[in-house]
Ligand binder design. Structure first.
Ligand code: ADP
Length: 527
């Protein structure tokens, strides 16, 4: 092992001895073994040589005139350049070697005459090996020190960014969604103090109430659900959530959540962006523009109707064609404006659900009848599986939801495809993520939920769009609104209506094979 190590290591040995026979003998012996040997007869010359080009090892005679070996060794040890070089003392026959002194001044070993060649080589190799290992250890230490230094710097940098970031940032455990650390911006947004947050969970602070939960119990915290699902569902980027502050104010935030591991513990790094004000202005702007658009649009539509009815003279065939395009576009604009205003009113709570006892079978049949003409036109087969059961709901709004979902299902189908709408009683009360899929939560304590399913064999929806299409103006394809005549608001309206019935709406889809939209509504409290 030592030899193996040394073969790749051309050791440079300095021999300091005033006896020429010794020098010659050692020099010849070591050169023969493949070492590079420098020999000098005076201590002072040896010191200069060692300082100029530090050797790997020094063989040092104890007895020399002018400056003896102990003194030379002492000088070597006070010099930074030569301090670490291993020194082996040589004592000639008849010399008295003070072993204690030899070690005290920094020698690592000694050899006495007569030299036994194997012994000398073994000692030299041993010390070279020790020195080599020491060097490796030193290098490793330096690397580690550097690493610690770099890491400390990176941590300092992160800590600075964390503390001074204008974005609210929080770190919480994945297992319980319990806060480990939050930055000042987070405290400012939430209104809580550091002590009130650290060690507590999202649910305890009631930061995010899941408005879509179905049950009379305290609604589950949406943040807790997302954080606990993080290892399965992966990170979340800029999704809109409501955030309840200590004072009860509800803010609109864009949240990104990333899974990180801190000291072996899976944690969620949550970065928020408070867009409450931006959202308010945006909503104000949209509803203002929509209001302003509605009156002129209605009068344009009236004028187009007059033209179409021939009350202002007969139109040529070309004129009729252009009029029909203008009417279609105006109708689309009116639909868009109405949808925007509808959604805004619903969100701001200005529209109340007029709930009454209604028959599910009747609703399903009415929705199908309303969409039959469109299905016929696009050669799509429409199937209804009604269920005779009473539901406590706003029939107009529910009908609006079902016709919207049916209209989408037909619109995104190919001629010859089938669209079906069914209703069943369900024992399930909601959805939870499991390996990125939605799975229903069984609730046998109160099994009365109605599950309406709208299934198509159309083009399907990509997995990354399954949630986002329920946001307003979100479409899978930017050309959908042009080609299919939609506004991108239908599903947002459906979701709002379903939520106002304490229900849930979601979609499952396989690209190229079709989509199934689910509407789950509670039958409890239906009287
Ligand atoms: P739109 O008025 O554009 O239909 P929606 O909010 O109703 O607006 O739907 C949003 C988008 O979701 C649609 O533009 C379409 O891209 C997609 N989508 C909705 N339903 C379906 C479906 N059944 N099959 C395929 N894509 C659908």
């Amino acid at each position: 092992m030592p030899n193996q190590l040394l073969t790749s290591f051309k050791a440079d040995i300095l021999v300091i001895d005033d006896t020429p026979e010794n020098l010659n003998l050692l020099s010849a012996m070591l050169t023969e073994q493949g070492y590079k040997v420098r020999s000098v007869i005076k201590g002072s010359t040896g010191l200069r040589g060692a300082n100029a080009v530090p050797p790997d090892l020094i063989l040092l005679d104890v007895n020399m005139p002018e400056m003896n070996g102990y003194e030379v060794c002492q000088q070597l040890k006070v010099n930074d350049r030569t301090r670490e070089i291993p020194v082996i003392f040589i004592s000639a026959l008849g010399d008295v070697l003070d072993k204690v002194k030899a070690f005290a001044v920094g020698g690592v070993d000694y050899i006495t005459k007569p030299f036994q060649i194997e012994e000398v080589l073994a000692r030299i190799e041993n010390h070279l090996m020790i020195r080599q290992l020491q060097k490796q250890l030193q290098a490793q230490n330096e690397r580690l020190q550097q690493e610690i230094h770099d890491r400390t710097k990176a941590e300092e940098k992160f800590a600075k960014v964390f503390r001074s970031s204008p974005n609210p940032i929080a770190i919480a455990t994945v297992s319980e969604a319990r806060f480990i650390d939050v930055n000042p911006s987070f405290l400012q947004m939430s209104g809580y103090s550091q002590e009130e947050v650290i060690g507590h969970t999202f649910a305890e602070l009631d930061l995010g109430k899941d408005t879509v939960a179905i049950s009379n119990d305290k609604p589950p915290c949406v943040y807790t659900q997302i954080i606990q699902c993080l290892p399965d569902s992966g990170s979340l980027y800029n999704q809109e959530f409501e955030f309840s502050t200590k004072s009860g104010e509800v803010k609109t935030t864009l949240i990104s959540i990333e899974l990180i591991v801190l000291a072996g513990v899976p944690c969620a790094l949550l970065i928020a962006n408070d867009i409450t004000e931006r959202k308010r202005l945006e909503n104000e702007f949209i509803s203002l523009v929509s209001h302003e658009l509605r009156t002129p649009l209605t009068s344009t539509m009236g004028a187009l109707d007059l033209l179409g009815a021939g009350q202002l003279g007969t139109l040529s065939a070309q004129g009729q064609k252009i009029l029909s395009i203008a009417t279609n576009n105006t109708e689309r604009l009116i639909r868009l404006v109405n949808d925007i205003l509808d959604l805004e009113r619903m969100k701001s709570g200005k529209i109340f659900m007029r709930k009454a006892k209604c028959n599910v079978a009747e609703l399903l049949i009415m929705a199908t009848e309303a969409m039959q003409a469109m299905a016929d036109k696009l050669q799509v087969k429409l199937i209804v599986n009604p269920l005779a059961i009473e539901l406590w709901a706003d029939p107009d709004r529910l009908l609006q939801t079902l016709t919207n979902l049916l209209s989408n299902a037909i619109k995104f189908s190919e001629p010859g495809d089938t669209v079906s709408i069914s209703a069943t009683i369900s024992e399930y009360r909601g959805v939870e993520c499991e390996e990125n899929q939605h799975s229903l939560i069984k609730d046998s304590s109160s099994p009365n939920y109605l599950l309406i399913t709208i299934q198509d064999q159309g083009r399907g929806i990509p997995e990354d769009k399954l949630q986002i299409i329920f946001e307003r103006f979100q479409q899978v394809d930017a050309s959908d609104s042009r080609n299919k005549g939609g506004t991108g608001l239908g599903l947002a309206i459906c979701r709002n209506i379903v939520q106002q019935h304490n229900g849930k709406i979601w979609v499952e889809s396989v690209l190229g094979e079709g989509s199934t939209f689910y509407v789950l509504l509670p039958l409890i409290n239906s009287q």
